[in-house]
Design a protein around this ligand. Sequence first.
Ligand SMILES: C[S@@+](CC[C@H](N)C(=O)[O-])C[C@H]1O[C@@H](n2cnc3c(N)ncnc32)[C@H](O)[C@@H]1O
Length: 256
Amino acid sequence: MPDPTRPRASLRTAVVWEVLQEALDRRVKATGRDALDVLDTGGGSGNFAVPLARLGHRVTVVDPSPNALFALERRAAEAGVADRVKGVQGDVLGLFDVVERGGHDVVLCHGVLEYVDDPAEGVRNTVAALRSEGVLSLLAAGVGGAVVARALAGHFKEAKQALEDPDGRWGSGDPMPRRFSADQLTALVEGAGLAVAAVHGVRVFADLVPGVLVDTEPGALDALLRLEAAAAELPAFHAVATQLHVLGETPGAAGV
Ligand SMILES: C[S@@+](CC[C@H](N)C(=O)[O-])C[C@H]1O[C@@H](n2cnc3c(N)ncnc32)[C@H](O)[C@@H]1O
Protein backbone atom coordinates (compact mmCIF):
# COMPACT_ATOMS: atom_id res chain seq x y z
CA MET A 1 0.00 0.00 0.00
CA PRO A 2 2.50 2.66 -1.10
CA ASP A 3 1.44 6.22 -0.40
CA PRO A 4 0.26 7.65 -3.77
CA THR A 5 1.12 11.16 -2.59
CA ARG A 6 4.79 10.14 -2.32
CA PRO A 7 5.55 8.62 -5.73
CA ARG A 8 9.32 8.32 -5.21
CA ALA A 9 8.69 6.50 -1.92
CA SER A 10 6.49 4.04 -3.78
CA LEU A 11 9.52 3.05 -5.88
CA ARG A 12 11.30 1.92 -2.73
CA THR A 13 8.43 -0.08 -1.27
CA ALA A 14 6.06 -1.18 -4.07
CA VAL A 15 7.52 -4.66 -4.55
CA VAL A 16 7.50 -5.41 -0.81
CA TRP A 17 3.95 -4.14 -0.40
CA GLU A 18 2.66 -6.28 -3.21
CA VAL A 19 4.21 -9.45 -1.77
CA LEU A 20 3.13 -8.55 1.75
CA GLN A 21 -0.44 -7.74 0.80
CA GLU A 22 -0.86 -11.04 -1.02
CA ALA A 23 0.52 -12.86 2.05
CA LEU A 24 -1.85 -10.95 4.35
CA ASP A 25 -4.80 -11.73 2.08
CA ARG A 26 -3.90 -15.42 2.22
CA ARG A 27 -3.70 -15.33 6.03
CA VAL A 28 -7.02 -13.48 6.27
CA LYS A 29 -8.63 -16.15 4.10
CA ALA A 30 -6.99 -19.05 5.94
CA THR A 31 -7.80 -17.77 9.44
CA GLY A 32 -11.23 -16.32 8.66
CA ARG A 33 -10.18 -13.21 10.62
CA ASP A 34 -10.13 -9.78 8.93
CA ALA A 35 -7.84 -8.31 11.58
CA LEU A 36 -4.51 -10.11 11.89
CA ASP A 37 -1.99 -9.74 14.71
CA VAL A 38 1.14 -8.26 13.17
CA LEU A 39 4.49 -7.76 14.89
CA ASP A 40 6.85 -5.26 13.26
CA THR A 41 10.33 -5.77 14.72
CA GLY A 42 12.45 -2.66 14.23
CA GLY A 43 9.35 -1.04 12.81
CA GLY A 44 10.70 2.45 13.51
CA SER A 45 8.31 5.31 12.91
CA GLY A 46 5.73 3.09 11.22
CA ASN A 47 6.41 3.10 7.48
CA PHE A 48 4.77 -0.31 7.35
CA ALA A 49 2.95 -0.44 10.68
CA VAL A 50 0.66 2.53 10.05
CA PRO A 51 -0.51 1.45 6.56
CA LEU A 52 -1.03 -2.09 7.93
CA ALA A 53 -3.20 -0.71 10.73
CA ARG A 54 -5.12 1.29 8.13
CA LEU A 55 -5.94 -2.04 6.49
CA GLY A 56 -7.54 -3.05 9.81
CA HIS A 57 -4.75 -5.15 11.33
CA ARG A 58 -3.48 -4.85 14.93
CA VAL A 59 0.21 -3.97 14.84
CA THR A 60 2.80 -4.09 17.60
CA VAL A 61 6.04 -2.28 16.82
CA VAL A 62 9.14 -3.26 18.79
CA ASP A 63 11.99 -0.80 18.36
CA PRO A 64 14.87 0.33 20.61
CA SER A 65 14.59 3.98 19.54
CA PRO A 66 12.38 6.19 21.75
CA ASN A 67 12.40 8.87 19.04
CA ALA A 68 11.11 6.42 16.44
CA LEU A 69 8.40 5.22 18.81
CA PHE A 70 7.37 8.81 19.53
CA ALA A 71 7.09 9.49 15.78
CA LEU A 72 5.14 6.25 15.39
CA GLU A 73 2.63 7.30 18.03
CA ARG A 74 2.12 10.67 16.37
CA ARG A 75 1.80 9.16 12.89
CA ALA A 76 -0.69 6.53 14.06
CA ALA A 77 -2.79 9.22 15.74
CA GLU A 78 -2.74 11.39 12.61
CA ALA A 79 -3.85 8.39 10.53
CA GLY A 80 -6.67 7.66 12.98
CA VAL A 81 -5.35 4.20 13.87
CA ALA A 82 -3.85 4.82 17.32
CA ASP A 83 -6.10 2.11 18.78
CA ARG A 84 -4.57 -0.51 16.45
CA VAL A 85 -0.88 0.43 16.77
CA LYS A 86 1.14 -0.30 19.90
CA GLY A 87 4.77 0.83 20.19
CA VAL A 88 7.04 -1.04 22.60
CA GLN A 89 10.65 -0.23 23.34
CA GLY A 90 12.72 -3.36 22.82
CA ASP A 91 15.26 -5.28 20.79
CA VAL A 92 14.73 -8.16 18.39
CA LEU A 93 17.43 -10.06 20.31
CA GLY A 94 15.45 -9.64 23.56
CA LEU A 95 12.09 -9.90 21.86
CA PHE A 96 10.37 -12.05 24.46
CA ASP A 97 11.10 -9.57 27.22
CA VAL A 98 8.44 -7.40 25.60
CA VAL A 99 6.10 -9.56 23.45
CA GLU A 100 4.63 -13.01 23.78
CA ARG A 101 5.96 -16.04 21.94
CA GLY A 102 3.77 -17.60 19.29
CA GLY A 103 1.19 -14.81 19.29
CA HIS A 104 1.39 -13.31 15.81
CA ASP A 105 0.02 -14.15 12.38
CA VAL A 106 2.61 -12.07 10.57
CA VAL A 107 6.03 -10.80 11.67
CA LEU A 108 7.93 -8.09 9.80
CA CYS A 109 11.67 -7.66 10.08
CA HIS A 110 12.49 -4.89 7.63
CA GLY A 111 15.85 -3.18 7.57
CA VAL A 112 16.88 -4.54 10.96
CA LEU A 113 19.09 -7.61 10.48
CA GLU A 114 21.81 -5.33 9.12
CA TYR A 115 22.19 -3.79 12.57
CA VAL A 116 21.87 -6.74 14.98
CA ASP A 117 24.91 -8.52 16.43
CA ASP A 118 23.52 -11.98 15.75
CA PRO A 119 21.26 -12.07 12.65
CA ALA A 120 20.55 -15.82 13.07
CA GLU A 121 19.23 -15.27 16.59
CA GLY A 122 17.23 -12.28 15.34
CA VAL A 123 15.52 -14.42 12.69
CA ARG A 124 14.93 -17.29 15.15
CA ASN A 125 13.19 -14.83 17.48
CA THR A 126 10.96 -13.45 14.73
CA VAL A 127 9.96 -17.02 13.86
CA ALA A 128 9.30 -17.90 17.52
CA ALA A 129 6.92 -14.93 17.68
CA LEU A 130 4.72 -16.51 14.98
CA ARG A 131 1.65 -18.66 15.57
CA SER A 132 1.90 -22.25 14.32
CA GLU A 133 0.55 -20.90 11.03
CA GLY A 134 2.27 -17.65 10.24
CA VAL A 135 4.33 -15.61 7.83
CA LEU A 136 7.66 -13.80 8.15
CA SER A 137 8.44 -10.81 5.92
CA LEU A 138 12.18 -10.26 5.93
CA LEU A 139 13.80 -7.31 4.15
CA ALA A 140 17.53 -6.60 4.28
CA ALA A 141 20.26 -4.82 2.37
CA GLY A 142 21.69 -6.78 -0.57
CA VAL A 143 25.43 -6.92 -1.06
CA GLY A 144 25.35 -6.89 -4.87
CA GLY A 145 23.36 -3.66 -4.99
CA ALA A 146 26.02 -1.89 -2.94
CA VAL A 147 28.81 -3.18 -5.20
CA VAL A 148 27.04 -1.90 -8.33
CA ALA A 149 26.16 1.44 -6.71
CA ARG A 150 29.75 2.08 -5.59
CA ALA A 151 31.11 1.10 -8.99
CA LEU A 152 28.67 3.33 -10.91
CA ALA A 153 29.63 6.22 -8.63
CA GLY A 154 33.25 5.68 -9.67
CA HIS A 155 34.35 4.23 -6.31
CA PHE A 156 35.90 1.10 -7.80
CA LYS A 157 38.12 0.17 -4.85
CA GLU A 158 35.16 0.42 -2.48
CA ALA A 159 33.04 -1.66 -4.87
CA LYS A 160 35.68 -4.39 -4.85
CA GLN A 161 35.99 -4.22 -1.10
CA ALA A 162 32.21 -4.66 -0.66
CA LEU A 163 32.35 -7.59 -3.05
CA GLU A 164 35.07 -9.33 -1.02
CA ASP A 165 34.14 -8.28 2.52
CA PRO A 166 32.31 -11.00 4.54
CA ASP A 167 29.83 -8.36 5.74
CA GLY A 168 29.48 -6.71 2.33
CA ARG A 169 30.84 -3.36 3.57
CA TRP A 170 32.72 -1.01 1.24
CA GLY A 171 34.97 0.48 3.94
CA SER A 172 35.20 1.92 7.42
CA GLY A 173 33.00 4.87 6.37
CA ASP A 174 30.19 2.58 5.25
CA PRO A 175 27.17 3.37 7.44
CA MET A 176 25.70 -0.12 6.87
CA PRO A 177 27.08 -2.68 9.35
CA ARG A 178 26.14 -5.70 7.26
CA ARG A 179 24.65 -6.73 3.93
CA PHE A 180 23.40 -10.09 2.72
CA SER A 181 23.13 -12.25 -0.37
CA ALA A 182 19.83 -13.95 -1.22
CA ASP A 183 21.42 -17.31 -0.30
CA GLN A 184 22.42 -16.03 3.13
CA LEU A 185 18.93 -14.71 3.86
CA THR A 186 17.15 -17.84 2.68
CA ALA A 187 19.56 -19.95 4.77
CA LEU A 188 18.69 -17.86 7.84
CA VAL A 189 14.96 -18.27 7.21
CA GLU A 190 15.21 -22.02 6.55
CA GLY A 191 17.59 -22.44 9.49
CA ALA A 192 14.88 -20.99 11.73
CA GLY A 193 12.42 -23.63 10.51
CA LEU A 194 10.40 -21.79 7.87
CA ALA A 195 9.80 -22.64 4.24
CA VAL A 196 10.86 -19.92 1.81
CA ALA A 197 7.73 -18.97 -0.14
CA ALA A 198 9.29 -16.22 -2.26
CA VAL A 199 12.43 -14.15 -2.78
CA HIS A 200 12.27 -10.74 -4.45
CA GLY A 201 14.90 -8.20 -5.41
CA VAL A 202 13.92 -4.70 -4.29
CA ARG A 203 15.22 -1.46 -5.87
CA VAL A 204 17.14 -3.11 -8.67
CA PHE A 205 17.17 0.06 -10.77
CA ALA A 206 15.48 2.74 -8.65
CA ASP A 207 18.63 3.88 -6.85
CA LEU A 208 20.72 3.92 -10.03
CA VAL A 209 18.42 6.03 -12.19
CA PRO A 210 18.85 9.83 -12.08
CA GLY A 211 15.90 11.24 -10.11
CA VAL A 212 15.27 13.92 -12.71
CA LEU A 213 14.48 11.28 -15.33
CA VAL A 214 11.78 9.74 -13.16
CA ASP A 215 10.37 13.04 -11.96
CA THR A 216 10.11 14.84 -15.30
CA GLU A 217 9.56 12.22 -18.04
CA PRO A 218 5.82 11.59 -18.45
CA GLY A 219 4.99 7.99 -17.57
CA ALA A 220 8.54 7.20 -16.48
CA LEU A 221 7.67 6.43 -12.86
CA ASP A 222 4.96 3.94 -13.83
CA ALA A 223 7.22 2.28 -16.39
CA LEU A 224 10.03 2.02 -13.84
CA LEU A 225 7.64 0.54 -11.26
CA ARG A 226 6.60 -2.09 -13.78
CA LEU A 227 10.24 -2.83 -14.65
CA GLU A 228 11.10 -3.19 -10.95
CA ALA A 229 8.16 -5.58 -10.48
CA ALA A 230 9.28 -7.75 -13.40
CA ALA A 231 12.96 -7.81 -12.38
CA ALA A 232 12.12 -8.48 -8.72
CA GLU A 233 11.02 -12.00 -9.61
CA LEU A 234 14.20 -13.00 -11.43
CA PRO A 235 17.13 -14.54 -9.52
CA ALA A 236 19.62 -12.90 -11.92
CA PHE A 237 18.49 -9.50 -10.64
CA HIS A 238 18.51 -10.56 -6.98
CA ALA A 239 22.28 -10.46 -7.26
CA VAL A 240 22.26 -6.69 -7.90
CA ALA A 241 19.26 -5.50 -5.88
CA THR A 242 19.70 -2.82 -3.21
CA GLN A 243 17.50 -4.88 -0.89
CA LEU A 244 16.27 -8.44 -0.79
CA HIS A 245 12.88 -9.53 0.44
CA VAL A 246 12.27 -13.07 1.66
CA LEU A 247 8.83 -14.35 2.53
CA GLY A 248 8.95 -17.27 4.94
CA GLU A 249 6.04 -19.44 6.03
CA THR A 250 5.66 -21.85 8.92
CA PRO A 251 5.18 -25.42 7.72
CA GLY A 252 1.52 -25.15 8.77
CA ALA A 253 0.94 -22.09 6.61
CA ALA A 254 3.02 -23.16 3.60
CA GLY A 255 0.96 -23.41 0.44
CA VAL A 256 -2.23 -22.11 2.10
C1 LIG B 1 16.33 1.25 8.58
S1 LIG B 1 15.22 1.43 9.91
C2 LIG B 1 13.84 0.48 9.29
C3 LIG B 1 12.54 0.93 9.87
C4 LIG B 1 11.30 0.17 9.35
N1 LIG B 1 11.40 -1.26 9.62
C5 LIG B 1 11.10 0.40 7.87
O1 LIG B 1 11.24 -0.55 7.09
O2 LIG B 1 10.79 1.53 7.48
C6 LIG B 1 15.93 0.32 11.11
C7 LIG B 1 15.15 0.26 12.40
O3 LIG B 1 15.66 -0.83 13.18
C8 LIG B 1 15.73 -0.43 14.52
N2 LIG B 1 16.70 -1.31 15.18
C9 LIG B 1 18.05 -1.21 15.21
N3 LIG B 1 18.58 -2.21 15.93
C10 LIG B 1 17.54 -2.98 16.34
C11 LIG B 1 17.43 -4.16 17.14
N4 LIG B 1 18.53 -4.76 17.64
N5 LIG B 1 16.21 -4.67 17.36
C12 LIG B 1 15.10 -4.07 16.86
N6 LIG B 1 15.14 -2.96 16.11
C13 LIG B 1 16.35 -2.41 15.86
C14 LIG B 1 16.11 1.04 14.46
O4 LIG B 1 15.80 1.74 15.65
C15 LIG B 1 15.29 1.52 13.27
O5 LIG B 1 14.02 1.97 13.65
